[in-house]
Design a protein around this ligand. Structure first.
Ligand SMILES: Cc1cc2nc3c(=O)[nH]c(=O)nc-3n(C[C@H](O)[C@H](O)[C@H](O)COP(=O)(O)O)c2cc1C
Ligand SMILES: Nc1ncnc2c1ncn2[C@@H]1O[C@H](COP(=O)(O)OP(=O)(O)O)[C@@H](O)[C@H]1O
Length: 352
């Protein structure tokens, strides 16, 4: 413990190699120009060089898409065991996910990008996130070769913490039983963390994707341990919303999974401020427009936010999109939606 009561590891310094280590938080960019980075500022490493900086840690391997409640429990265990041994807690992730090389047509949209994952992992106490470039050569390694060449030789891993459904090596041939044996032989610590459940279902990134696609964003939030969010840039639409009395910011460039079509309650964050929001995901059939859009009405906001970054958090699906007989009926329904969204956002106390 440091004098201020916070954790300080004896593994206190990283020696970054310029251009290889990247700090993930803009306010840490100052570290890039120094030759030492304090442990505790998570480092996102892209590339296969520069590992000298963070060898000898306790490691969890995985994709960690969404960093859901199951991941969180695993990472808490990882951090606790790393701290007990005065070692850095490290996450090893493949970039991109192996499915993009093996069966790209089945690659699902991500729940969050690597920077967002690393930021949440940091909040959980992780010291270093490695985004290892996925290659066909890497995916050809047998479980034993992967263990020896990557975990032992490259990373000098001191221990591993995984979930029960972890597989590794070519064709996912290695499981936790094999990993246990390999760790024992290498004199390495190994722990399997019990799966986290949500109403009898094991929490997984794919369950969360299914819930989001089905519009069950509240279920997804339960599994994630936070509201599901997307981000994009506000672009110009048909400038019809203002005339209706309900301007909507049209979001473009969303890189992650979109919830299923419908009208949702939630929050929108722009310029560092958070507003309750009513969100329309889909077309405007009342105006014979079927183009799928992401439209966000920020409740209690006025002004221009074109070209600004906007983040949307989803609370609940309110209804399906409808084709209204006339504009007045649409406007009456919009007023009701906005009232419901406002009420839900105001009453929202967060997740337990
Ligand atoms: C909360 C909300 C619910 C909406 N529901 C519907 C709907 O059920 N049917 C529909 O045709 N359009 C719906 N809209 C979309 C409006 O038709 C759309 O905001 C309007 O056409 C403005 O488009 P613009 O941003 O291109 O100007 C909804 C918009 C919001 C904000
Ligand atoms: N409360 C609000 N919610 C969303 N956008 C708003 C709001 N107040 C003002 N705006 C501005 O109005 C724009 C949306 O107006 P709208 O008439 O729907 O035009 P467009 O079709 O270009 O989206 C937004 O991009 C934003 O710049």
């Amino acid at each position: 413990m440091g004098s201020d009561g916070t954790y300080r590891s004896t593994f206190s310094e990283f020696v970054p190699i310029q251009g290889v280590l990247q700090t993930i938080c803009p306010d840490r960019s100052e570290f890039l120009n120094k030759d030492k980075i304090l442990l505790g500022s998570v480092v996102l490493i892209r590339g296969t060089e520069g590992f000298d900086a963070c060898r000898g840690g306790m490691i969890s391997i995985g994709n960690f898409d969404g960093v859901h409640r199951g991941h969180q429990k695993m990472i808490q265990t990882l951090v606790q065991h790393a701290r007990d041994r005065q070692l850095p807690a490290m996450v090893f992730t493949f970039d991109p996910h192996p499915i993009h090389l093996l069966r790209p047509e089945y690659a699902p949209p991500e729940l969050m990008g690597i920077e967002d994952r690393a930021a949440i992992l940091e909040q959980l106490g992780v010291d270093c996130v490695i985004a290892w470039p996925t290659s066909h050569d890497l995916l050809e390694l047998s479980p034993q070769e992967f263990f020896q060449q990557i975990l032992c030789d490259q990373l000098n891993a001191q221990g591993l913490v995984e979930g029960p459904n972890f597989y590794f090596g070519k064709d996912r041939a290695g499981d936790v039983n094999l990993l246990q044996t390999l760790c024992e032989q290498a004199g390495m610590f190994f722990k399997v963390v019990e799966p986290s459940m949500c109403e009898a279902r094991m929490i997984s990134s794919s369950e969360i994707r299914k819930a989001i696609q089905a519009g069950e964003v509240d279920q997804a939030a339960e599994m994630l341990g936070r509201l599901y969010q997307i981000r994009g840039t506000v672009s110009h639409g048909e400038a019809r919303g203002r005339g209706l009395g309900f301007p909507t910011a049209n979001l473009k460039g969303v890189q992650t999974l979109l919830p299923g079509e419908g009208v949702y309650s939630g929050f929108a964050v722009v310029g560092g401020k958070r507003y309750p929001a009513a969100i329309n995901l889909g077309g405007n059939p009342t105006f014979q427009n079927s183009e799928a859009k992401v439209e966000v009405h920020l409740i209690g906001f006025s002004g221009e936010i074109y070209d600004q970054d906007l983040q949307v958090e989803f609370l609940q699906k309110l209804r399906d999109i409808q084709t209204f007989a006339d504009v007045e009926t649409l406007k009456s329904q919009l007023a009701i939606d906005i009232e419901s969204a406002k009420k839900q956002a105001t009453q929202w106390k967060g997740l337990e």
